[in-house]
Design a protein around this ligand. Structure first.
Ligand code: NAD
Length: 486
């Protein structure tokens, strides 16, 4: 337990941000939090001053110095090329694990799921959030889904370590690897590998669609749930909402060097400045922060006073229910009610207990295997072409003339479905064609020379290539998907 003060960087954010941050800081200060606050300016004002990242250089310096960030939600202005500050901060500082406990407080907060205590561990840096998007043709737009072995190993190990340290019994993984066999397939594979190292913790995998349905229907069946970024983003909001209100849940964004704590909800501009917002989400973020900085005593005091306040029926408008709640509180008066109860314990709900370091897991990434000895060979190339000139057979017959120089046309797909040779007339085609060329057998592999020669011949045929993807094998294993129907 630390006795000296810890410097923390604080951003008051936009919308309801300043109100809920004031309430949160008032509560944790009254509970004796040993912190020195370094305020920084981020968000709307910074964006509108012309900084498209929404964060100034001095703010980065503060974050690098304190390594602990308590952040209110911010508003990302629509359009105008503004990048999401949350995504920027998470990725720049390597905050790879987003931890979102979702707990129901039955019978004090109205919920259809009285027994719910789940922690969603969301991968925070990769997947479709790499932010690499292109308009490739007049008709087609693309967003790259990047899943890496280091990323999977870090997040899955974090989930199992979290379960181990917090005495949780089961880790569930959600992916869509029946469709995305390579990207989500890797996440699932790494999950199975790491799960085998924790025989004392139960593990299971669900395809995300039925998993999500089960999560919304019987959340009590889940304990720790780990998933790639997009599924985790969506399902942690669902999980928080079905506890009673999205305004209740906090979140920790953990990296090897820095950690950021926040509410899971946004800046709620519709209720800003009215002193009616629920500060509980940010307060839960702050409780996780207190554990993280070695002040579990303060975290426990705040959490138990908060539980008692909820039990006593002092509720903000988002969770207020006639007959269940006793007092409708504003943001300020809710904070006052929690402060009044510091030192008290809940009578019905489970008491919060934080062992020293209970939620702090800064796992340094150690690769589980050396990938450098893997033999990689390029055996072909997919050339993407923008074309709107006729039937797939027209394109295939014309493009066959580009075969030669070590490569031959194998097939053409449109949105992943094979349309040449032997396509079906019913298949709808856009102007975006994936044309697969493989080695013609004169050599097992192809290189830059063959690819450049091919692109030149395609150009000479009057066709427009828009990108290429190398087709590789790794120790003889195919590293690319086949066309549907191939
Ligand atoms: P939101 O979470 O701000 O609001 C959704 C609904 O929930 C609103 O009706 C709101 O009034 C209510 N709500 C949210 N928090 C509440 C609280 N603490 N107490 C009571 N009610 C609460 O989502 P949104 O409207 O989609 O987004 C608004 C802005 O927030 C957008 O600019 C978005 O980009 C931003 N945002 C920021 C973050 C973040 O900074 N971490 C996260 C999500 C959204």
């Amino acid at each position: 337990m630390t006795t000296t003060n810890t410097a923390i960087t604080v951003a008051y954010g936009d919308g309801i941000g300043p109100e809920i941050m004031d309430a949160t800081l008032r509560i944790i200060s009254a509970a004796g939090a040993r912190i020195d606050i370094e305020p920084i300016e981020i968000g709307e004002k910074v964006y509108l001053s012309g900084n498209t990242a929404g964060i100034a250089p001095e703010a980065w310096e503060s974050l690098r110095r304190t390594r602990v960030f308590l952040k209110s939600p911010i508003t990302t202005p629509q359009g105008g090329g503004f990048k999401s500050l949350n995504v920027t901060v998470r990725k720049t500082l390597g905050l790879y694990a987003n931890v979102r406990p979702c707990v129901s407080y039955h019978p004090f907060v109205d919920t259809k799921h009285p027994v719910m205590d789940m922690v969603i561990v969301r991968e925070n840096e990769e997947d479709l959030y790499a932010g690499i998007e292109h308009r490739q043709t007049r008709e087609v737009y693309q967003c790259l889904k990047l899943i890496t072995r280091p990323g999977c190993e870090k997040i899955v190990r974090y989930a199992f370590e979290y379960a181990r340290l917090n005495k949780r019994n089961k880790v569930t993984c959600f992916t869509k690897d029946n469709i995305m066999k390579m990207t989500d397939g890797l996440f699932h594979k790494v999950f199975d590998e790491i799960a085998a190292e924790y025989p004392q913790i139960e593990n299971e995998h669900w395809i995300v669609d039925i998993g999500a349905a089960k999560l919304a229907d019987t959340p009590e069946k889940f304990d720790v749930v780990v998933m790639p970024n997009l599924y985790g983003d969506i399902l942690s909001d669902v999980a928080a909402q079905i506890t009673g209100s999205v305004g209740l849940a906090g979140s920790a964004n953990i990296g090897e060097h820095v950690a950021m704590f926040e509410a899971i909800h946004g800046s709620a501009p519709d209720i800003a400045g009215q002193n009616i917002a629920n500060p509980s989400g940010l307060l839960h973020g702050a409780i996780m922060m207190l554990v993280h900085i070695g002040q579990p005593d303060v975290a426990e005091k705040v959490h138990n006073a908060w539980l008692r306040t909820i039990e006593d029926g002092v509720h903000t408008a988002d969770i207020f229910k006639e007959g269940l709640s006793k007092e409708l509180a504003g943001t300020d008066s809710f904070a006052d009610a929690v402060i009044e109860r510091l030192g008290q314990q809940p009578e019905t709900l489970n008491r919060a207990e934080y062992a020293q370091g209970g939620e702090k897991i800064m796992t340094t990434y150690v690769p589980s295997r050396d990938l450098s000895s893997i033999r990689k060979a390029t055996v072909g190339v997919d050339v993407f072409i923008e074309w709107k000139g006729g039937s797939p057979d027209d394109l295939g017959n014309r493009l066959s003339l580009a075969s030669g120089g070590g490569v031959k046309l194998q097939m053409i797909t449109n949105r992943g479905v094979k349309v040449f040779p032997g396509g079906m007339p019913e298949t709808f085609c856009t102007d975006h064609w994936r044309c697969r060329f493989i080695s013609d057998g004169s050599s097992e592999t192809i290189g830059t020379e063959e690819i450049v020669g091919l692109l030149r011949r395609i150009d000479e045929l009057g066709l427009e290539s828009i990108k290429t993807e190398n087709l590789c094998t790794f120790d003889g294993e195919i590293g690319y998907s086949l066309g549907q129907g191939q």
